[in-house]
Design a protein around this ligand. Structure first.
Ligand code: BGC
Length: 269
């Protein structure tokens, strides 16, 4: 059994770092041409480094700067991708940020920034991707499905998170966005799913693993007793995007070392 994404074009938002970079590399190694999206000039070098790893390993792709919270930029990213590569087969809706704050001190800017990238960004990219999937139609030389969307959500899709109301709200909403799209476009053979990562060792949660004390307290939340790596998510993303997962749609898959078993209850309750 082989996971193949040959002849397929994948847009990975936030592909320049963290989980996104792991997914970009996994999809490329399964044969997809990958658009490694990054949000700003500042992340250009990182995106190019990810692309270099992809091409050094024999894969294909480009980098593309676009702030997913901006409608005109998202529309242009999809237009440019289609004009360069013919179509888009896979969208990995990954770009995400945290702006943490105690709730009573959370500014509207912090709220809007997180909702803008994590939720509105996923809406805008999904809309443009689905329009392109429908325009192209099913092409069996690419995939038995018309298109695949994978939302990168979080364990905080279901675990409330004090001090992170904006982030947890955005992730909870992604579940409904994902399921609604799966329902609305199932008959068109568009598959829509979410991956919900737990604690993955990336820059977004550096404070939670960069000292031995922090890592030790983080591991108390993870029955499997290790922090996750971007390739743990990349492996599942490649499978979910492939035809091996053709009957999977409308679901959230948790990749969290057991975090959602609520380990604190192993000795209490
Ligand atoms: C957050 C991380 C956090 C993890 C587990 C993720 O969605 O981005 O900062 O470590 O959830 O709590």
């Amino acid at each position: 059994m082989e996971i193949s994404l040959r002849n397929q074009v994948a847009v990975v938002t936030g592909g320049s770092s963290g989980i996104g970079s792991g997914i970009a590399k996994s999809l490329a190694s399964a044969g997809a041409t990958v658009i490694v999206n990054h949000s700003s000039e500042r992340s250009r070098d990182e995106a190019q480094a990810v692309l270099k790893e992809i091409t050094d390993a024999g894969g294909k792709g480009i980098t593309y700067q676009c702030d997913v919270s901006k409608e005109d930029q998202v529309v242009k990213m999809f237009e440019d991708t289609v004009s360069q590569f013919g179509t888009v087969d896979i969208l990995i809706n990954n770009a995400g940020i945290q702006k943490d704050s105690k709730f009573t001190e959370m500014t509207l800017d912090q709220w809007n920034a997180v909702i803008g990238v994590n939720l509105t960004g996923q809406f805008l990219c999904a809309r443009e991707a689905i329009k392109e999937f429908l325009r192209r139609g099913i092409d069996p030389s690419r995939s038995v499905a018309c298109g695949k969307i994978i939302h990168i959500s979080s364990v905080h899709e279901i675990i409330p998170w004090a001090g992170h109301a904006n982030y947890a709200s955005s992730k909870g909403a992604i579940r409904m966005l994902m399921q609604t799209l799966a329902q609305e476009y199932g008959a068109n053979k568009i598959r829509v799913n979410s991956i919900c990562p737990g604690a993955i060792q990336t820059p977004i949660n550096k404070d939670a693993w960069s000292t031995p004390e922090a890592l030790n307290s983080l591991l108390h939340l993870i029955p499997y007793d290790r922090i996750g790596q971007p390739e743990d998510i990349g492996n599942l993303a490649a499978f979910l995007a492939s035809d091996l997962a053709d009957y999977i749609t409308g679901t959230s898959i948790f990749v969290d070392g057991g975090m959602t078993t609520f380990e604190s209850f192993s000795t209490g309750g």
